[in-house]
Ligand binder design. Sequence first.
Ligand SMILES: [Zn+2]
Length: 362
Amino acid sequence: MPVGTAGTVKAVPQDVLETLGAEIILGNTYHLYLRPGHELIRRMGGLHKFISWPRAMLTDSGGFQVFSLSALRKVTDEGVRFRSHLDGSSHFFTPEHSMDVQIALGADIAMAFDECTEYPADRNRAQESLRLTMAWARRSLDHFKAHREEVPWYGQPDRVPQVPILEPGNDAANFSSSGRTQSLFGIVQGGTYKDLRRESAERLVEMDFDGYAIGGLSVGEPREMTQEMIAEVLPLLPAGKPRYLMGVGYPDEIEQYARMGVDMMDCVLPTRAARHGLLFTSEGRLNIKARRYAEDETPPDPACCCMVCRRYSRAYLRHLMQCGEALSGTLNTIHNLAYYLGVMQRVRQSLHPEGDPVLANF
Ligand SMILES: [Zn+2]
């Protein structure tokens, strides 16, 4: 899932995302809550309509950004008090408030409010953090169930009725149509302790969420440990519901985890790296700022057939970057997203040569 922090996958217009084949994008609750505000987005008909995105969306709970961006956090059982990284204003997030904000935003998938346990965390710290996350999962679910019909597009035939962009036969726009509501996913935490991870997964499955995420990984731990935790948790999560690994990763990682059984992943890497001139290609990583590309007429990735590689040279992309041109971020990001989405397309194809059974339902 390309990450669309503040209602935009930075530098890339929505129609281009569609052309690239992005079926779902992410929005960040923390950023949208601060600017322009969830009540404004509710009045605008929800996030899909506001940003004109007829396909699926997911919002995170806001927790991760509260913990990583804001200053002066104070965590209690009730919730988290924090200061905005923008203007220092004071805010209080509880599981209930996170649900209210996410329901106002109206993405197809909302996430339970959790505490992302840092790495390294000793066992006592991981256990205490998990206790909080499990209590918040219960409160998130109860509040969500009581208020899910308040989503701005409830009862409407389409979330974005005036933008019929999808191909004939691809009915993804109706995914959340009339009478349907958002889905809520629970988040497995537990640090790097297998028994805590198992306990977390089992308790969430008992609560019966619409899907399950594995959080708190790819936060600095060695990659073998990431794999171990995923391998421990995946078999405990129902295969018939989406399993989402949060915040990963490099192209080879997303391929590996998808083959292990992960259905969804998100990462800022392809978009953020692109804006810094790092391109992912079939020949490995390429730093487009490097002097050796100054007169290189080949496309960024000769094996890629994205709209950037079909048209532009490495020399031109380097020039745009050198001059700080706005187009630089756009072109670099389009290629990286095409590369990432291409990796996932190949994985899906090799897992289901006869066609993806999930996408076939849309
Ligand atoms: Zn390309």
